[in-house]
Design a protein around this ligand. Structure first.
Ligand code: HEC
Length: 176
């Protein structure tokens, strides 16, 4: 009987230490989990804050050193006005006109400002060439006949500034 009682005490005390050990393990696991969470959040924060810097650094590093000179080389040739002209020309005129002197549907634009009667004439012509032809304008009728009475599209929405920009682009690119 006393022997059995000893075992019971042993089991009870052992059980107690087991319980304590499990409790400590749980605490240790909790601490580990919190530590992992902190590491994860810190890592995520680093990735988030690093990502926007990475492309800037790479485009400033290799991109700034290498593609920058071509950009800088192209920029002086076409200023903002000529670039605006380029966009307008490509969207509205390039289907029928080359910037050089080849004939597409209409005449090449090279030397155009020098051969037409005036800049005012160009504004009127580009906005509505049929009206210029109908007015009996000599140059307009001559070129209209030369191009087999092919009617050029009208661009009533182009302002004088837009047309100046187109002509500037044409001058820079084709030597109008
Ligand atoms: C659908 C074709 C077409 C489009 C698009 C077109 N043109 Fe023309 N353009 C012609 C033709 C064809 C002529 C020759 C005259 C004629 O037949 O009316 C001409 C003549 C001209 C002339 C007189 C050229 C010269 O040698 O004296 C100018 C300037 C001109 N176009 C500018 C432009 C501009 C600028 C644009 C764009 C905003 C444009 N054209 C869009 C067909 C076109």
């Amino acid at each position: 009987m006393p022997y059995l009682c000893d075992i019971k005490i042993y089991i009870q005390s052992h059980h107690k230490t087991m319980e304590e050990a499990i409790k400590r393990l749980q605490i240790a696991l909790g601490v580990l989990l919190v530590a992992l969470l902190v590491i994860f959040v810190a890592g995520a924060a680093m990735i988030i804050s690093y990502r926007p810097e990475a492309p800037v650094a790479s485009s400033n590093g290799s991109g700034g050193a290498d593609p920058a000179p071509p950009v800088a080389a192209a920029a002086p040739a076409l200023d903002a006005v000529a670039q605006h002209g380029q966009t307008l020309f490509q969207n509205n005129c390039a289907a029928c006109h080359a910037v050089g002197d080849e004939v597409l549907v209409g005449p090449g634009m090279k030397g155009v400002t020098a051969r037409v009667p005036s800049r005012e004439w160009l504004y009127k012509w580009i906005r509505n060439s049929s009206a210029v032809i109908a007015s009996g304008d000599a140059y307009g009728n001559q070129i209209f006949n030369k191009y087999n009475k092919l009617q050029m599209q009208s661009f009533p929405d182009l302002s004088n500034e837009d047309i100046d920009a187109i002509l500037k682009y044409v001058e820079v690119q084709g030597g109008a």
